[in-house]
Design a protein around this ligand. Structure first.
Ligand code: GLN
Length: 216
């Protein structure tokens, strides 16, 4: 079994640990630089990317993790984790630094204020068995992806079995139409990222894809 770490500084750590175990990995939490040597892959959970960034520096994990990613450590970033993996960030309140490695530009909190959170499902390349249930919680999207980046999933277009973004409280100008067709899952080599949280839906297929990437 591959040993996959979950960065455990902030965010929904336990849910990723559980999903990884279901997906056939041995999951351990990671808080110290020395623990990086023990893992075959790492999950960066959702949470608040600026907080995780601060904690990465306090725990002296920022530089070692950056180096490990550059050296080829497989990493799956979900939501805030996607932001941390992105080379470029839009919509940040300050000049936000990231671990980087993924040649994408992400937009933080991209789905708008009224629509901070919603559930949907997305067809995801590399994930057989039908659409993946996806929870979007103040989620980013990928605004631009470099040539080496595979787009694995986009938000639904309305009319394709239900609204792209069910947003009961969204006003007419909330831009639900603009939320359709957005890039919400990408892969570049051994780096995987999703805007959404698959770990809270009880469906471990995205984690299975990551375990397969780690095993490759
Ligand atoms: N909005 C958060 C951020 O910008 C991400 C939210 C999440 O991880 N669910 O970091």
């Amino acid at each position: 079994k591959p040993v996959i770490g979950v960065l455990a500084l902030q965010g929904d750590v336990r849910e990723h640990v559980a999903a990884l175990e279901v997906a056939g990995a041995r999951a351990i939490t990671v808080r110290r630089p020395t623990e990086l040597a023990a893992i075959d892959g790492l999950v960066l959970p959702g949470g608040e990317s600026t907080t995780i960034d601060k904690l990465l520096r306090i725990f002296e994990l920022f530089d070692p993790l950056r180096a490990a990613i550059a050296a080829g450590l497989p990493v799956y970033g979900s939501c805030a984790g996607m932001i941390l993996l992105a080379d470029r960030v839009l919509g940040a309140t300050h000049d936000q630094q990231t671990l980087g490695g993924l040649d994408v530009t992400v937009r933080r909190n991209a789905f708008g204020r009224q629509v901070d959170s919603f559930e949907s499902s997305v067809e995801m390349a590399g994930v057989p068995g039908g659409p993946v249930p996806a929870a979007f919680i103040r989620a980013p999207w990928v605004e631009e992806a470099g040539p080496g980046v595979q787009v694995l999933a986009r938000t639904r277009h309305r009319g394709a079995s239900g609204p792209a973004v069910p947003a009961p409280d969204a006003g007419p100008a909330a831009g639900a139409g603009e939320d359709a067709g957005r890039i919400v899952a990408v892969r570049q080599g051994t780096l995987l990222a999703t805007s959404f949280h698959p770990e809270i839906t009880g469906d471990a297929r995205v984690h299975e894809l990551f375990v397969a990437i780690v095993k490759e």
